[in-house]
Structures are given as C-alpha cells and as structure tokens.
Design a protein around this ligand. Structure first.
Ligand SMILES: NC(=O)c1ccc[n+]([C@@H]2O[C@H](COP(=O)([O-])OP(=O)(O)OC[C@H]3O[C@@H](n4cnc5c(N)ncnc54)[C@H](OP(=O)(O)O)[C@@H]3O)[C@@H](O)[C@H]2O)c1
Length: 322
C-alpha cells in the first residue's frame, strides 16, 4: 500500500509518501479501501509533536476514513466484505489500505458520500458535542462562532441552526464570511470591531453560547461579551495563543467557561458518541446539514493540505482521495 509516513516529529513538510506492506486484519479488525480520508487540523499538531498524544515513531497520521470493507479478521460480527463504513482512529488513515478495530467503525448509509462522512467525525462531531453535551444549546439562544469558515466553525453554524439558535459568525475575510453565510449564519462579521459588533447585534445583552476554536485576543473579547448564564466553549487555539481569563469576569457576568475535548468524549462516553454520529448521519440524509467538502486531493498532497490548513488558507473540509 501507499502511505504518508511521519518518521520524526518536526515540520509538516517532512512527511513522506512511502510503499509499505499491505496490512491484514487481526482479531476484531476490519481492513478498508478508503474512498476518502479526512485531513484535520489536529493531524498537523500531531506530526509536529505539539498534540496531547505522541504516537511511537514512525507512524502514519490520519484519524478518519470512509470506504468499503475489503476483509475482516477473526471474531468480527458486525461487518463483512463490501460493507460501506466510516472509521475513527488515533492514527493510520493516510493510506490506501486502512486497518480499524470493528468497534471504531460506523455503518455508512449509501446516501452519504465518503468525504461528507469524514467531515461528520472529528469536525462536525466536535461542534455537535460542544453544542449538545457541553453547552446544552436551546432554541432561540444566540450562538457566536469564531473561525466560522473552518471545519469545526462551519459545523457549529450548521448544527447551531439545526438546533434552533440564532447564529453570528466571525471570520477574517469577506470570502470566508460569505462561506459562513452560505452555511446558514444569520450574521457574519470580522474580528476588527468584535466587541462593539456583538453589543450591537445582541442589543447589549451579550451572547448565550460562544464557540471558540481560535483562542488568542478574540477570547478576551468574548469573555467581555457573554450574556448572563452564558457558556463560553473552549474548543481550540488555531491562533497559536492559549488565552488567560481574568476569572472575575465569569463571576461578575455570571457565565461559565466550558472545556470541549471531543476525542476524550468518544472514549469516555462511547454510547453518547454513537448516538451523536447517528444524529449527524440522519441530519445529512434529511438535508438539515450539508457539510462543505471544499477540496479532494491525492494522497501525495497530504503535507500540502495540512500546511494550508495551518496557514489559515482553507475553508470547510479537505479530504484525500487515494
Ligand atoms: N477540542 C476538541 O475536541 C477539538 C476537536 C477538533 C479540532 N480542535 C481544534 O480546533 C481548532 C480549529 O480546528 P478546525 O478543524 O476548525 O480548523 P480549520 O478548519 O483550519 O479552521 C480554523 C480557523 O481558525 C481561524 N484562525 C485564526 N487564526 C488562525 C491561525 N493563526 N492559523 C490558522 N487558523 C486560524 C481561521 O479562520 P479566520 O481566518 O477566519 O480567523 C480558520 O478558518 C484547532 O486548534 C484544532 O486543533 C479541537
């Protein structure tokens, strides 16, 4: 098989495409031929050694793939050759053959395209978990989304709308704001006058739920723009800066700061995670959400795709098509 390999923690550009022996499934494992492989911001952190986890070297990055089962190992009961599945892994997806424990696979309905299935795992999965389990977003509430044209941001816009919220999107350029509006945001603004814009758009009340995958300076503005009983969701730090919070703001304004760690959620609450995936598959089938797969690239372009995601140069979901 062909695979993208990380031989040492370091720059994304050091990733290599190599020929490796074809794997065969062990007990409880399935082997799939991916039709699409998801590229995610955290994959780029992982190969640089900047993520919470540090896999043993060398390793094949990639946490999502969707395609058909080729072979199953002993003891596999839920899937057989020819079945369509989407799989979630720690690593190993950037390859023309992907091994996964059967317990990490979801049956993929025929109507859901493989690239869209990848968007629904880490990206939309994080946004859904954040808004459902962590913020308990209610219909009629105001939801603010930073990094709104990125993958988790677009997920938060679409899912927030599906849950009945009024969505205000924040993105850095006019083109990115257009993408956010097309995904269903009610308003789209830039970062320049964030505090004044939020005051104006909420008539001084503040936002009920803020979804922040960016961090940095904007977080400080959010902490000063929350409504009473608001929930400020800490999702990520795409700006490269982990912000600090003067906790008196949480006291005075009566809001909560809520951490979101989707990967840990999938491991600690597998039944809730499986129910979330089922909901997202159903919402796609019903046309309630339409994840944007903006680029489909060959496997050999993995490093380029990751570098552009980290340089703020993409919108929506990028997938590799082997
Ligand atoms: N907590 C969790 O469980 C979880 C799960 C998945 C991802 N994450 C994290 O969430 C963050 C976003 O992930 P994503 O998939 O939405 O990524 P993405 O598709 O690349 O979107 C990130 C957005 O952040 C904004 N941004 C601002 N400053 C940036 C900078 N210096 N470099 C890159 N982007 C910048 C960009 O929009 P503008 O140009 O409009 O500002 C960009 O669209 C990452 O830090 C990721 O690790 C966390």
């Amino acid at each position: 098989m062909r695979a993208v390999v990380c031989e040492a923690y370091g720059p994304i550009a050091d990733l290599k495409v190599e020929d490796l022996p074809d794997p065969s499934p062990g007990p409880g494992e399935i082997l799939i031929a991916p039709e699409a492989i998801g590229v995610n911001y955290p994959d780029g952190l992982l190969v640089q050694g900047l993520y919470q986890a540090r896999p043993a070297l060398p390793f094949v990055p990639g946490m999502e793939a969707a395609g058909r089962v080729l072979e199953v190992g002993p003891g596999v009961t839920h899937f057989g050759p020819g079945d369509r599945v989407a799989v979630l892994l720690d690593t190993g997806a950037y390859a023309t053959r992907v091994l996964a424990p059967e317990t990490s696979a979801f049956a993929l309905p025929d109507g859901i395209e493989a690239g869209v299935a990848c968007a629904l795992l880490c990206g939309y999965g994080t946004a859904h978990h954040a808004l459902k389990q962590r913020a308990a977003l209610r219909p009629g509430e105001t939801l603010l989304v930073l990094g709104a044209s990125g993958l988790t941001g677009l997920g938060a816009i679409e899912i927030g709308r599906a849950m009945g919220a009024r969505v205000i999107a924040v993105a850095s350029t006019k083109d990115k704001r257009r993408v956010a509006l097309e995904a269903g945001a009610h308003e789209a603004i830039g970062y320049q006058d964030l505090r004044a814009d939020l005051k104006r758009l909420t008539e001084g009340r503040g936002v009920d739920v803020a979804f922040d995958p960016v961090g940095g300076e904007a977080f400080d503005t959010l902490a000063r723009s929350m409504a009473w009983n608001g929930r400020l969701l800490v999702v990520g730090f795409a700006s490269g800066t982990i912000p600090s919070l003067p906790v008196n703001l949480a006291l005075v304004k009566g809001f909560s700061v809520v951490g979101v760690f989707w990967g840990a959620f999938t491991r600690k609450q597998p039944a809730a995670f499986a129910a979330n995936v089922e909901t997202l598959f159903a919402w796609v089938a019903e046309g309630r959400i339409r994840p944007l797969v903006s680029e489909r690239l060959p496997l050999a372009r993995a490093a380029d795709a990751l570098a552009r995601i980290h340089a703020r140069g993409t919108v929506g979901k990028l997938v590799l098509v082997p």
